[in-house]
Design a protein around this ligand. Structure first.
Ligand code: DOR
Ligand code: ZN
Length: 343
């Protein structure tokens, strides 16, 4: 039985670090295992300009623990007023690595997102020209569409038309939750990839709703039925370069989660690599973990893989069940099984 596994240091291609006290509390948990992360821009107010992204990057660097080796890869939040020149400038400076599309109202702090997709066509054209990828929160927001169908409908109504209108635009479907999304990614030869979260490899909708409601498993896009979870497992463990890790680790205090209307998000930064090692081992695919968490992402983003390595050991990890922040505790995602790998 394999007792240890050394892989190139992983990156997280979708991460929420927040700001201020929360940033300082959660950042060490990502920086300990991950070398780089694509940083989500859905702050309040959102990170919409290059100047705001530069200031946010400085705040992240200032919050890093002494000696940490972690590079935040910044993104801009796409609005109907986004200036293509500002985007191109921030990309040319090496500051931003993607632009994030939130359909208005789709999730946490998405009110400034896009309602009229025609209005962002000039920005998407410019991004296609300069090779800057678009990250998408792939859910329609139409209240008539069932929440469990919103990802599949997004592909038909929004994503596919965008890709046809901008064929050379590189697109990452973030945190996919359905076999429809995995199939859509596979049906394209190039320019399209998907991130998969840790939690969507572990939970289905029963975990959220059967036998009592479990707010700590509520995230967006919401976990779907078991067949979809299995399709995600298959995609993640296949080694297919179009699928890679984006944890979507999204900390909210317990006070914000345990409400009549609680926030969406699972905080997986502390135990993601332990969970993934177990998931990949269960599926007989430990040899594919490095591709998923350390190789496929940089290849799609046009960056070199990390030169440093981490070693996972077969040993029970010691992650806390929750972390303290000045605003209250944040519960760490509970995979519902005992973990036996540690970093
Ligand atoms: O569950 C989620 N939480 N999904 C998102 O898209 C946003 C995130 C957050 O920012 O809390
Ligand atoms: Zn997210």
């Amino acid at each position: 039985m394999t007792q240890s596994l050394t892989i190139r240091r992983p990156d997280d291609w979708h991460l929420h670090l927040r700001d201020g006290d929360m940033l300082r509390a959660v950042l060490p948990h990502s920086a300990s295992d991950f070398a780089r992360a694509i940083i989500m821009p859905n702050l309040v107010p959102p990170v919409v300009t290059g100047a705001q992204a530069a200031a946010y990057r400085d705040r992240i660097m200032a919050a890093l623990p002494e000696g940490a080796d972690f590079t935040p890869l910044m993104t801009l939040y796409l609005t109907e007023d986004t200036d293509p020149n500002d985007v191109a400038r921030a990309h040319a400076e090496g500051l931003i690595h993607a632009v994030k599309l939130y359909p208005a109202g789709a999730t946490t702090n998405s009110a400034s997102g896009v309602s009229n997709f025609d209005k962002v066509a000039p920005v998407l054209d410019r991004m296609a020209e300069i090779g800057l990828p678009l990250c998408t929160h792939g859910e329609v927001t139409d209240s008539e569409i069932d929440i469990f169908d919103r990802e599949a409908v997004f592909i038909d109504r929004v994503l596919d038309p965008i890709r046809r209108a901008h064929p050379s635009l590189r697109v990452i479907m973030e945190h996919i939750t359905t076999s429809d999304a995995a199939d859509y990614v596979r049906s394209n030869d190039s320019g399209l990839a998907a991130t998969i979260t840790t939690h969507h490899l572990v939970i289905n909708r029963n975990h959220i709703l059967a036998g009592g409601i479990r707010p700590h498993y509520y995230c967006l896009p919401v976990a779907k039925r078991e067949t979809h979870r299995l399709a995600l497992r298959q995609a993640a463990t296949s080694g297919d370069p179009r699928f890679f890790l984006g944890t979507d680790s999204a900390p909210h205090t317990d006070g914000a989660k345990l409400q009549p209307c609680g926030c969406a998000g699972c905080f997986t930064a502390p135990n993601t690599m332990s969970i993934l090692a177990q998931v990949f081992e269960e599926d007989g695919a430990l040899d594919k973990l490095e591709a998923f968490s350390s190789l496929n992402g940089p290849a799609f983003y046009g960056l070199p893989p990390n030169e440093t390595r981490i070693t996972l050991r077969r040993e029970a990890p010691t992650h806390p069940a929750s972390i303290d922040t000045p605003n209250g505790p944040v519960t760490v995602f509970d995979p519902g099984f005992d973990l036996n790998w540690t970093t």
